[in-house]
Design a protein around this ligand. Structure first.
Ligand SMILES: [Zn+2]
Length: 102
C-alpha cells in the first residue's frame, strides 16, 4: 500500500479523501460470516481480508485527518503571526505620527 512518509500535499489529501469517500460509500460490504473456524475457510479468509482492508482505510482516514488538523493549526498560527505583525505596524505608525505632532 502507500508508503508512510509520502508528502501530503493538499491536492493529494483531497484526492485521497475523495477516493476514500467514494470507495467507502460505494461499497458497504457486509462482513462475511464464518461458522466453521477452519483456516482454509473462504469466508474466514474474506473476513480477515476485509478487516485488513478496513484497517488500511481507517489508517488512511486517520492520516488524512491528522494532516488536515496540522494544516489547520498552521493556518491559525500564521493568522496569529500576521495579526501580531499588523498590530506592531499600527503601533509603530501611531508612534511615528505622535512624534511628528510633538
Ligand atoms: Zn467457515
Amino acid at each position: 500500500m502507500q508508503s508512510h512518509n509520502r508528502s501530503l500535499s493538499s491536492a493529494m489529501i483531497s484526492h485521497d479523501l475523495q477516493d476514500w469517500l467514494t470507495r467507502t460509500s460505494a461499497e458497504p460490504a457486509p462482513l462475511p460470516n464464518c461458522c466453521c473456524e477452519q483456516s482454509t475457510c473462504a469466508s474466514s479468509e474474506l473476513f480477515h481480508d476485509t478487516i485488513k482492508r478496513l484497517e488500511g482505510e481507517s489508517r488512511l482516514a486517520a492520516e488524512i485527518g491528522q494532516s488536515l488538523l496540522l494544516k489547520y493549526e498552521k493556518f491559525v498560527q500564521e493568522d496569529e503571526q500576521r495579526r501580531r505583525e499588523y498590530e506592531q505596524k499600527v503601533r509603530k505608525t501611531a508612534n511615528m505620527l505622535l512624534n511628528c505632532l510633538i
